[in-house]
Design a binder for this molecule. Structure first.
Ligand SMILES: Cc1cc2nc3c(=O)[nH]c(=O)nc-3n(C[C@H](O)[C@H](O)[C@H](O)COP(=O)(O)O)c2cc1C
Length: 389
């Protein structure tokens, strides 16, 4: 049994529908835990006007009864609070042609899927494309990921993130538990308060020159035992599945596991994490592998790094062409964000949670949470015995 997540919806449509199938029965779910993660996804100093307008109102349709999963597919609706303003140009059957015409986008924005999506479907303008490629969809993914995070929390597995750079300014990883907590709970996703002022001024500078910024974030997963995942087939390897899920985040352009690209420049004697005996336990002094060897967890902390390009809609628009009149022009400008790294890191946690919950349900099965829990605990005990003297 695995977990499947499917979502549909458009940025300015009625809202998003999210279906999560395969979560075991008996997992406690609260509205608060979903609200908390949705509000974290709206965070960040470099966010645009839309974040002030969006209310992230959601409604459960099925699969949870009396605050506990039933084992049925979970259905959630995420409403668009601005639907009334968009209805006439987005409605399924009552579309007003003149309103729809006014909202046509014929000047594709470089860096977005506007031109490539039009090429794919043969559309004459990009509205249908950008409605679906909008990062608003990541609010829906966050809901699904939060349901999966609940399963992980129930097993004691913790997924966290921290912003590690904004534009050219490197911040580095959290150095203590307190810094991880700060990175997860602060508005800018930063581990240390002393960096905030400088980062805000870098974002302000980008905003005032009509530009945007990318950056990087790190994901950490604690308490995941050794032996989760598979080395048997290319599409079952956990490293590949995590990389795919993280790479699917809009604006992600790179994913590294552990030491990532940097490992390629160092000799093997410095890179591979040797076993050493410490307090009666065969353990590692380093974690360059990022907690995965051969597509399977090795019992160390999972560490993943994601690089985001600067977001593509610029107030000072880039050059493009008008697809109707075939003349050079400036790209379409939508109100938007300047820097989304803190928000994207929350989406990164959600996608990581989805993949790990999938892997655990595949490995330990169980229609009931208590069955999954007892098999997980049995496995954890067994792997601990293996590493003990
Ligand atoms: C949380 C979040 C918010 C985003 N907001 C914007 C935005 O306001 N404006 C924009 O141009 N891109 C934004 N993006 C990035 C684009 O959605 C993304 O670059 C685009 O869809 C093209 O996909 P790609 O970068 O993966 O190729 C955002 C991304 C994330 C993760």
């Amino acid at each position: 049994m695995s977990i499947r997540m499917l979502s549909c919806g458009e940025s300015h449509g009625k809202g998003y529908l999210i279906i999560v199938e395969g979560l075991p029965a008996g997992l406690p779910i609260s509205k608060d835990c979903i609200e908390e993660q949705l509000s974290r996804r709206r965070r960040g100093y470099g966010r645009g006007e839309r974040m002030k307008l969006e209310r992230d109102e959601f409604e459960f349709y099925s699969g949870v009864r009396g605050k506990v999963t039933t084992g049925n597919p979970i259905g959630v609706v995420l409403h668009n609070s601005e639907w009334e303003k968009w209805k006439d140009s987005m409605d399924a059957f009552e579309l007003k042609e003149d309103e729809a015409k006014e909202r046509e986008i014929t000047k594709p924005r470089p860096g977005h899927a506007d031109a490539s999506g039009m090429a794919k479907f043969g559309f004459e303008e990009a509205r249908n494309v950008l409605e679906r490629t909008s990062a608003r969809a990541t609010a829906a993914w966050t809901i699904a990921g939060t349901l999966c995070r609940r399963l992980l929390e129930d097993l004691g597995v913790a997924v966290r993130s921290s912003v590690t750079s904004v534009g050219p300014r490197s911040i580095g990883l959290p150095r203590s538990e307190e810094e991880w907590t700060r990175a997860c709970s602060s508005d800018m996703g930063l581990p240390r308060e002393e960096d905030e002022e400088e980062i805000m001024s870098i974002i302000d500078e980008a905003r005032s020159s009509g530009d945007s910024l990318g950056g990087t974030f790190a994901i950490s997963v604690k308490n995941i035992p050794a032996g989760i995942g598979s080395y048997s087939e290319w599409d079952r390897r956990l490293d590949g599945r995590l990389a795919q899920a993280l790479m699917s985040i809009p604006s992600a352009k790179g994913v590294e596991i552990g030491g990532g690209f940097g490992l390629s420049q160092r000799p093997g004697s410095e890179v591979h994490d040797e076993f050493v005996l410490f307090s009666g336990l065969w353990t590692r002094r380093t974690n360059n592998a990022g907690g995965i060897e051969g597509g399977v967890t090795n019992g160390e902390e999972l560490t993943l790094h994601v690089a985001l390009k600067p977001i593509p809609t610029l107030k000072k628009p880039l050059r493009t062409f008008d697809v109707r009149i075939k003349r050079e022009t400036s790209a379409h400008v939508e109100r938007g964000d300047v820097c989304v790294v803190p928000a994207a890191s929350v989406v990164g946690e959600a996608m990581t949670s989805l993949v790990l919950a999938q892997a655990l349900c595949e490995q330990f099965g169980g229609d009931r949470m208590e069955d999954l829990r007892s098999r997980f605990e049995e496995h954890t005990k067994r792997t601990r015995r293996m590493f003990h003297v």
